[in-house]
Write a protein that binds this ligand. Structure first.
Ligand SMILES: C[S@@+](CC[C@H](N)C(=O)[O-])C[C@H]1O[C@@H](n2cnc3c(N)ncnc32)[C@H](O)[C@@H]1O
Length: 274
């Protein structure tokens, strides 16, 4: 445990020391998707947002606070577990932290025709940010979750942000729902993989989703250093011949696939926030 913590802080310190050079190197590459991610990173890092963004963030954080005070019980029966948890605890443990939501929001907001897939709805915190970012753009947001009670809670929240035809919450275990979602033939340009953090499923999602994107597409993989398995998955994803750029943010890994780009497998490391 302590060795893991030391390794993490060493990695993060190195990234912070090299940040200026890395930002300069990224800014010199003329690729629109890479620049879009860079701008979202800088905005989130410096909390540089306009008034409209700040109002949207406030709405999302009001929702988060409501959940943090909601002690209703959620059952994990669907996963074959005889276990329960309070909404408040699920929200505290599983929902993306503020800075990461701001980053995701920045990416989504800059997309021209946002078609977003999220694997891992949970209570809809990241989903709320994604919908706030894209609600004026006639985008589409598909999100997947195993726990039926969480799907209901998230759907209710999403309805307060946008019309029901702009999003779909798909309930069920990913082994059952992922093949069906893929068949729907949406071509996504933002894909947030934040559920089922295991090596084989993560690699399978990436392998399948690569052929269901509209280029340029941005993948955001959460928890890439969460386990040895996830680190292995991340290493293999980086090497994939379809990949143009990656940014390793420690908590998340960003992958850009842009079929019009000639640069391949160019990797950067930065750090946004703890
Ligand atoms: C880390 S949470 C997602 C957090 C959310 N994206 C946010 O930031 O607000 C991951 C979610 O994936 C769901 N999940 C994990 N494995 C799953 C599986 N195999 N099938 C269906 N849902 C799964 C969990 O129930 C959990 O709610």
């Amino acid at each position: 445990m302590i060795t893991k913590k030391i390794a993490k802080h060493k990695q993060i310190t190195q990234r912070r020391l090299r940040q200026k050079k890395t930002l300069k190197a990224i800014s010199e590459i003329k690729n629109s998707a890479l620049q879009l991610v860079l701008n979202a990173f800088i905005s989130a890092k410096h909390k540089d947002f306009n008034q409209q963004d700040k109002i949207a963030f406030e709405r999302c954080e009001t929702y988060r606070n409501k959940l943090l005070n909601d002690h209703s019980i959620i059952s994990y029966e669907v996963f074959g577990l005889n276990d329960t948890a309070k909404v408040s605890n699920i929200c505290a443990k599983a929902a993306s932290k503020k800075a990461w939501c701001h980053f995701l929001y920045g990416i989504a907001k800059a997309l021209n025709h946002p078609t977003i897939l999220e694997i891992g709805t949970n209570l809809g915190i990241s989903g709320s940010y994604l919908l706030e970012a894209t609600k004026s753009k006639n985008g589409f947001f598909m999100t997947m979750e195993g726990l039926p009670q969480l799907c209901d809670i998230a759907s209710q929240q999403f309805k307060t942000i946008t019309a029901t035809n702009n999003f779909q919450v798909v309930q069920g275990l990913y082994d059952d729902t992922f093949p069906k979602v893929i068949k729907q033939e949406h071509n996504y340009n933002l894909l947030f993989i934040d559920g089922n953090h295991k090596k084989e499923p993560t690699l399978n999602y990436f392998k399948s989703l690569k052929s269901h994107i509209k280029s340029p597409a941005i993948f955001v993989f959460d928890d890439i250093y969460w386990s040895k398995d996830m680190q292995d998955a991340w290493k293999l994803i980086k090497k994939d011949p379809a990949v143009n750029f990656t940014i390793d943010l420690y908590e998340q890994g960003i992958v850009i696939i842009d079929t019009a780009e000639t640069i391949k497998n160019k990797h950067f490391s930065l750090h946004l926030s703890y």
